[in-house]
Design a protein around this ligand. Sequence first.
Ligand code: HAM
Length: 425
Amino acid sequence: MSETFQAPRGTRDIFPPESDRWRALAAAFADHVSLAGYGQVIPPMFEDLAVFSRVGESTDVVRKEMFVLAARDGEAHQALRPEQTASVCRMFAQHRPPLPWKAWYAGPNFRYEKPQKGRYRQFDQVGLEVLGPDDADVDVEVIALAWRFYERVGLRQVRLLLNSLGDGPGRVRYVEALRVHFGAHLDALSEASRETLAQNPLRVLDSKRPEDAALVAAAPQLADYLSEPDAEHFARVRRGLDALGIPYQLEPRLVRGLDYYTRTTFEFAADALDAAQNAVGGGGRYDGLVADLGGPAVPGVGFALGVDRILLACDAEGAFPPPRAGVEVFVVSTTPGTEAVELCDELRRAGVRVDRAFDGRSMKSQMKAADRSGAVVALLIGDREAAERVVTMRPMHGGEQRTVGRDDVLRELRPMLDGPSGADH
Ligand code: HAM
């Protein structure tokens, strides 16, 4: 007996109608952001390791979760992308499209995480990045596009968490203050956080370990260290969100899982999901990343939304049902000729969704298949129909069966079909 295989741990096989829903979600996102002038980019799924190292040497994403590719020479130079912001910035640094550059993307990312519901080793994101302006209005545009997208798919229980990480000298002073604060209580810190402290004190704020909770709560607040321009930038972001009526929760300890952020950072929490996996999206500003990747000093801001988690949240809230899929017409043929092959081809070329049975099955078995297909009309071709060049049209949900000329099928069919398929999203 040959070996049987299963999808790798942390991955999922997705079938219809769930796959129809995925496609509809990506299509809705494409439409949503193209309204705001974003163009799609398709970066490769792997890059030089160094591109992703810029995401943060002190992050779990880089240190523990990277799918590093084994090269033929035994040296590891490349890795599967854990996210796409770094790839988009690398694209910019390499090709230098004109600024401002507004790009969106969709596709899978890979992180070697401990799999559980809502946390996978291959997961999909839709996202966007704006390179060029450091105007706070762009931060507002980006956050608003994400917020309105959740609204568009019908999610109601999403909260926006907002913070500013500052930049420049204010940030340096804050990091130093954190180093002093945590350094004074080293014994009370978890071992993992002591290690993190040595690399990036900001990241200690992200610790979820209970033994760190008290020290994290007592840590200095970044708001007290923001420079004048950073504070003004953040105030303008908040004013913009207020003006749009987008509610937010200030979250002074929101540092996010990647190291490139400066100034505005945000995350979206879906209350319908378990707290451990309730982040359905996140993003922020990264004014130094393009330069880190060898490009010019160009600021950037963007977000990525987790498709898997958005759909889980939709399940929990009863939102975003799968679009109507399947066929409209089913051809049932009991003749040995090529009538069914020709009829299917003609109707499909005219944009009608048609399926048929194969293997010369019985009329009864084909009618069962027609029933299962969800078709509105069955087109029957028996020996008599073939000989007379006619087709019998049988409405599947009640109504008179009738026979029409072979050349009139399409015209007679039109009024029985109800327009283009697919739910509106
Ligand atoms: P991130 O917070 O690492 O940010 O990921 C964004 C979203 O992807 C998360 O909120 C979550 O919904 C989803 N996600 C992340 N990891 C997993 C996983 N293992 N399983 C399922 N879903 C997951 C970024 O990736 C940044 N590139 C966002 C960004 C864009 N910042 C600026 N521009």
